[in-house]
Write a protein that binds this ligand. Structure first.
Ligand code: ADP
Ligand code: MG
Length: 334
């Protein structure tokens, strides 16, 4: 096992397997597939299997639709056009993308800039795909960092345009896109009548709703960071999202030091100190963004922020394998 916490590939194993309960007539159907470059697992519980599949397919179509808008890799996406026009001119975009950027800016405000979709200018110096052979110089980091500033993402409400004020600025939705897609997939699936419940799990960023076909409901097990094969406890996740940041498969290592793929916008360097952050709240998009934010804010400030927010809880693991939870998180031990 490469990871010991609920997160990407492992997350699947942590959800109690969905099985039909004898005699209840309600069964769960599940599809696993690659979407947005991540492994998605989509589950629908319904009396009628045909309806469950209709919902699953609607969820998939919705995620694919969103990917076309927010992908920074697809040159055809509106997001790529915004990036190409950085420092040149405002780009008129769909209401949906406009609203997503608006919400992202709100989270930047809430987190004092720890969360910032304009972190993406750093992809010139930090690459977490194995292609880096040496650390960037301080000058290179400083030059790329200059381009990070959420307040330079200019939104025009009347025209629905987005303008990146400086040349070389770039936005990316790596820390919020999966959560948004999970919310939306849930929304379209619920709209299909006859669905009793479901889970949309985007590589460990997941949202559940309604009935599970297990008496204990939807639960997520959490492994003990100190003893990877041992169970630390579990959380009920009924009608909640549970999102983990801390992608153990994506990091780089130089001279024995580990660099996470989350960038601190204040320094331009990857964050250190925290191994993983899990956020529990009803909204997957917010949970996704806050998980990344707490990473950047660090132990004290991150915990303080979450404790101030109503209905939002967190659990995080430090580099020393200590587990820290917010005031009202109820981890079940038995
Ligand atoms: P995971 O991929 O482990 O679920 P996150 O949800 O935290 O983790 O997303 C990490 C991604 O967010 C990075 O790969 C990058 O695309 C983007 N990102 C990195 N730093 C920031 C930041 N400070 N603010 C917003 N997005 C960020
Ligand atoms: Mg995130």
């Amino acid at each position: 096992m490469t990871s010991y916490f609920i997160n990407i590939w492992m997350a699947m194993a942590f959800i109690i397997a969905v099985q039909p309960l004898a005699g209840q007539g309600s069964s769960a159907q599940k599809k696993v597939l690659l979407l947005m470059g991540s492994r998605f697992e989509i589950t629908a519980v319904a009396e009628d299997d045909t309806i469950a599949w209709e919902a699953i397919n609607a969820g998939i179509a919705e995620i694919q639709r969103i990917e076309k808008i927010i992908s920074s890799w697809d040159p055809q996406s509106q997001t790529s056009e915004i990036n190409r026009q950085a420092g040149l001119m405002p780009v008129a975009v769909d209401r949906e993308l406009y609203d997503l950027i608006f919400r992202a800016k709100k989270i930047s405000q809430l987190t004092d800039g720890a969360f910032d979709i304009s972190f993406a200018s750093m992809d010139r110096v930090w690459r977490f795909d194995g292609s880096m052979t040496q650390l960037p110089t301080q000058e290179e980091v400083a030059a790329a960092k200059e381009k990070i500033n959420w307040q330079d993402i200019i939104l025009d409400t009347d025209q629905h345009t987005v303008f990146l004020k400086e040349k070389g600025m770039k936005i990316g939705f790596g820390a919020i896109g999966k959560g948004y897609a999970a919310n939306r997939a849930k929304f379209v699936m619920e709209k299909i009548g006859g669905i009793n419940g479901g889970v949309v799990n985007a590589s460990g960023d997941l949202i559940t709703w309604g009935k599970s076909n297990r008496p204990e409901g939807w639960t997520v097990k959490i492994a003990d960071p100190k003893e990877k094969d041992k169970l630390l406890g579990w959380l009920p996740v009924k009608d909640n999202a549970i999102v983990t940041s801390g992608d153990y498969e994506r990091y780089i290592e130089f001279d024995g030091k580990r660099y996470a793929h989350i960038i601190d916008p204040r320094t331009g360097y990857p964050t250190t100190g925290i191994k993983s952050v899990t956020i529990v709240c009803p909204d997957a998009e917010l949970a996704d963004a806050l998980a990344t934010s707490v990473f950047v804010l660090g132990k004290e400030k991150g915990l303080k922020l979450i404790n101030q927010l109503n209905g939002i809880e967190c659990l995080f693991v430090t580099d020393d394998d200590d587990i820290i939870t917010s005031e009202n998180l109820k981890l079940n031990y038995k």
